[in-house]
Each structure stands twice: as structure tokens, then as C-alpha cells.
Design a protein around this ligand. Structure first.
Ligand code: GTP
Ligand code: MG
Length: 418
């Protein structure tokens, strides 16, 4: 493995803001890009926003603005520039020719952070795959430029491997990766079907990056997975068992955070592990209630869920960091359920668990049945599907009482006693 040169990036960020969009939103997005760059280890020297009627297909921004950035770059001795929107291969090539320095975009920065953060084998495979897809379409300008540069944002692979830049190699490598990813996929399906048989309810925690998802899982499951004040602290999903107030158990899964402007194909690549959420019984949408950008975050999460095909799972909106909030904030009155908590200060966790339990078991109904001893399979069925069971051995058979999902009542209806 080749050692990568450690390059301290000093960059200028830039964005084209279409006139029909609010200027405030464009700055908000640029500020977030700065946070991403800092997370990736770079330093932002300046931020440039240009209002445009339409996006320049050749350069993304106007040529006058490009010249302005070129002068600014020379003056501040920067190593590169980063666009807030994903650049087309053509725009990237033209811009790097015009500026003579490394040209990057938001997608590349996110990929770079993911490359540094991936821990699991599957996570690493997925990041590498997404990086190769990104590069494959940009080899003409971008690849040559990266080889010249030899380090910095966009050149790191999972585990600091140097990225392969040859087109033929990329294709072969992508096929190999896909085969391995498929294996993981199958394995996950198997685990999932086992869990379904087990009937332990699965609850997935989703939300914007840095909302406090991992902190919530840690508090509830008394675990110590990595949680930190940075974007994309979590990349690999983690599942822990958590006891509800009644004593029954759920499986709680933490997931990778969402962010605005993530291109669709990347959503698919990175969020395939979010399939766990797709099969969850309930989704906890954790929102940082103290963020001034709460409304955007909220929307991005709902949009991303929709693009992943997750539309019919009940969502509990969890307003987190309530300890930091003192003014009124936007509340989602539309949400089926919402609750205010502080994961870090352990405030109102019982409230959250109670709502969770209520929602999970609202379709559970009490039953009391008498099963003849010959029907031991039915007793086993009740043990698998029932909750809070009590049993008594009588002469005629087993007297069982407890709670069961009403959809399953047809299996026991012949044995019901008052
Ligand atoms: N004040 C306050 N801070 C919190 C609370 N919950 C989490 N945090 C802080 O918010 C930061 C982000 O928390 P994480 O749990 O890592 O957030 P996450 O949603 O898992 O973030 P990613 O994995 O990066 O997407 C950390 O510094 C936490 O200490 C809370 O209830 N109150
Ligand atoms: Mg996390």
C-alpha cells in the first residue's frame, strides 16, 4: 500500500444560487459545506455565492466569477475550490483548466468523509463502490488532476488505500465489489427473516447528521457506540436490544445520518444499509430541536425516506436536545406522534418509550385460550408471537393468556375461552 501525502487543503467554496431560491438557504447550505470540509480535515479560506438566472452548463458559475475566484485563489494561496452542488464532468474539467487548481464538489467531500469513517467490511465496500462510480464518469479531467496532486480530499480510500484511477481497473474492481456487496445483502436478508420469525419488533433511528441518533441509542441501550459533535460520526448501522417499560424487548438500530444535496445514486449506495429501516416496525425520526435549520433538516429527512421507498412505516418525531432550546420551535403537528427529549441529559426517555410501546402494541389484543396437550405446536406459536404470557397446566390442556397481534388471532380463535 502506498503512503498518501498528507495535504492540508486550503479551499474556496462557491455556489450558484438560482434567483428563484432564497439567498438565506444558499448560505445555509454553504455553511454546512464548510462544516463538511472541516470534518474532512480542510480549511475554508472564503465562500463565494453568485446569483444566476440559470446554471452555466459549461462552468456552473459565470466566467467573470471564475476569474474572480482565480485571483482570490492566487492571493490566498489555496490548494483547491469546492462547489456546493455536484459538478458535471464537463464543468469540472473546464473549471480546473480555467483555475489551474484542484476542483472538487460537495459529493466528493462527503465521499471523502465516508471513506475515512467506514469501519465495517460492508461499509468499506460500499464507499469504495460509490467512489469508483463517481470517478468513472470523471476520469478525463479529474483523474489526471488527482494523480498530479497525489493527496488531500477525494484521494483517500477506505482504510487510506490509494484510489485506483485506471478506467479498465475500475470496471473490473466494480464488478468484484458488486459481487461482495451482494453477498452481504443476502446475509442481511437472512438475519432479517430470522428476526421476523423471532417477532422481536425492530425500531430504526433515522435523522439528519448530528441530530443525536447515536447518543439516543447509547442512552437507551446503555452502550458506548461512537457519538460526537461532527458530521457523519456514524456510518455503519448498529443494533442493540432495549427493554420497554412493560419488560418486552425491541431491537433498536442506529443509522447513517442524512444530509441535503446528496445525489440520488449516492443515496442508494450509502443507504443500502438503511434497508433495516425499510423493514422496521416503527421509525424514530430524531430532530435536533436546537438547530436553527430544523425545518430544512426535517424536510431533507422526509424527502430522503421517500426516495428510499420508505413511506408506510409509522414515524415518531423525536425532538432532541430539548435542554438547549428556550424559544419556540417548529413542531410537526402532522406527525402521528411526537415527543420532546434530551438524549444526553436523559430527559423524558420514559415518555418516548411509552409512546413507542403504545404504538407497537396498539394492535395487540388480550387473549385467553385453552389448548389441548396434543396441540403443542400451537403452544409454541403462542410463545413465539405472544407477549406477557401466563400459562397454567390444567387436566384438559394448557390455559394460556397474554397479548397477541390481532392479525394473528385466526390461528387461535377455535380455542378461545372467556
Ligand atoms: N445538548 C445536547 N446535546 C446532545 C444531545 N444529544 C446529542 N447531543 C450531542 O450532539 C452531538 C451529535 O450526537 P450524535 O449522537 O453523534 O449524533 P448522530 O445523529 O449520531 O450524528 P451522525 O452519526 O454524525 O449522523 C454530540 O456532540 C452529542 O453529545 C442532547 O440531548 N442535548
Ligand atoms: Mg451517529
Amino acid at each position: 500500500m502506498e503512503e498518501l501525502k498528507k495535504v492540508q487543503e486550503r479551499v474556496i467554496l462557491f455556489a450558484a444560487q438560482k434567483k428563484n431560491l432564497k439567498e438565506e438557504a444558499a448560505w445555509e447550505s454553504l455553511d454546512e459545506l464548510e462544516e463538511l470540509v472541516n470534518t474532512a480535515g480542510g480549511e475554508v479560506v472564503a465562500k463565494v455565492l453568485q446569483r444566476v438566472d440559470s446554471i452555466n452548463p459549461g462552468l456552473y458559475i459565470g466566467s467573470g466569477k471564475v476569474e474572480e475566484i482565480r485571483e482570490m485563489a492566487a492571493l490566498h494561496d489555496v490548494t483547491g475550490v469546492i462547489s456546493d452542488d455536484e459538478l458535471s464532468p464537463v464543468q469540472m474539467r473546464n473549471l480546473s483548466e480555467a483555475l489551474g487548481i484542484k476542483v472538487m464538489d460537495r459529493t466528493l467531500v462527503i465521499l471523502d468523509i465516508f471513506a475515512q469513517r467506514a469501519r465495517s467490511k460492508e461499509g468499506k465496500l460500499q464507499v469504495e463502490m460509490a467512489q469508483l462510480k463517481y470517478q468513472n464518469s470523471r476520469l478525463t479531467g479529474f483523474g489526471a488532476m488527482l494523480s498530479k496532486q497525489g493527496g488531500g480530499i477525494g484521494t483517500r480510500g477506505p482504510g487510506e488505500k490509494k484510489l485506483e484511477l485506471d478506467k479498465r481497473h475500475i470496471r473490473t474492481r466494480m464488478e468484484l465489489l458488486q459481487a461482495e456487496i451482494d453477498q452481504f445483502e443476502k446475509h442481511r436478508q437472512l438475519l432479517r427473516s430470522r428476526r421476523q420469525k423471532n417477532s422481536t419488533p425492530v425500531v430504526a433511528i433515522v435523522g439528519y447528521t448530528n441530530a443525536g441518533k447515536s447518543t439516543l441509542l447509547n442512552t437507551l441501550a446503555d452502550s458506548d457506540i461512537y457519538a460526537a459533535d461532527q458530521l457523519f460520526a456514524t456510518l455503519d448501522p448498529t443494533t442493540r436490544a432495549v427493554a420497554l417499560p412493560s419488560g418486552s424487548e425491541i431491537l433498536l438500530t442506529d443509522t447513517v445520518g442524512f444530509i441535503r444535496k446528496l445525489p440520488h445514486h449516492l443515496v442508494k449506495a450509502f443507504y443500502s444499509t438503511l434497508e433495516e429501516a425499510k423493514y422496521a416496525d416503527i421509525i424514530l425520526h430524531v430532530v435536533d430541536a436546537s438547530s436553527e435549520h430544523l425545518a430544512t433538516h426535517y424536510e431533507v429527512v422526509h424527502e430522503t425516506l421517500k426516495s428510499l421507498g420508505i413511506t408506510d412505516i409509522p414515524i415518531i418525531t423525536v425532538y432532541n436536545k430539548i435542554d438547549k432550546v428556550n424559544e419556540h420551535y417548529l413542531k410537526d403537528e402532522q406527525a402521528m406522534q411526537h415527543v420532546e427529549i434530551s438524549a444526553r441529559e436523559k430527559k423524558n426517555l420514559e415518555g418516548l418509550l411509552n409512546i413507542l410501546e403504545e404504538m407497537l402494541y396498539e394492535k395487540m389484543k388480550a387473549f385467553k385460550i385453552l389448548i389441548p396437550y396434543a396441540q403443542s405446536d400451537l403452544v409454541a406459536f403462542c410463545h413465539a408471537q405472544g407477549e406477557r404470557l401466563e400459562e397454567e397446566y390444567l387436566n384438559e390442556g394448557v390455559l394460556l393468556s397474554g397479548y397477541m397481534h390481532s392479525d394473528l388471532f385466526y390461528r387461535i380463535k377455535d380455542y378461545i375461552v372467556d
